[in-house]
Design a protein. Structure first.
Length: 104
């Protein structure tokens, strides 16, 4: 799976962004292990925020209408604060995500 977006917001050049992600996974039974790469550049004319995210994860289809996802992401800031509200102490942050998706 691959997606790219180029966002502009009129005269708000600081909110302009270019982002993309690519995910590769392989389903085996009820499990789908995957790896994702993402890049976000926000702000113009000089890029103010630039972050790259690498994610390893697995999706487990617990039932036909319930899935559990576990992800470990490494977020690397090349410049700016990225999607954080304040500048983190390190230029690389680890994040763990757990989600339960349901369909009803």
């Amino acid at each position: 799976m691959f997606e790219i977006a180029d966002v502009t917001m009129g005269d708000l050049s600081a909110m302009s962004a270019t982002t993309w992600y690519a995910t590769l996974g392989y389903r085996t039974g009820n499990f789908l292990p995957f790896i994702s790469f993402q890049d976000l550049e926000q702000g113009e004319p000089v890029v103010d925020d630039d972050q790259k995210i690498t994610t390893l994860g697995v999706r487990w289809d617990l039932q036909k209408d319930v899935a559990v996802k576990l992800e470990l992401s490494n977020i690397k800031l090349d410049s700016g604060v990225g999607l954080f509200s304040d500048l983190p102490n390190d230029d690389s942050i680890k994040m763990i995500g757990i989600a339960i998706d349901t369909v009803f």
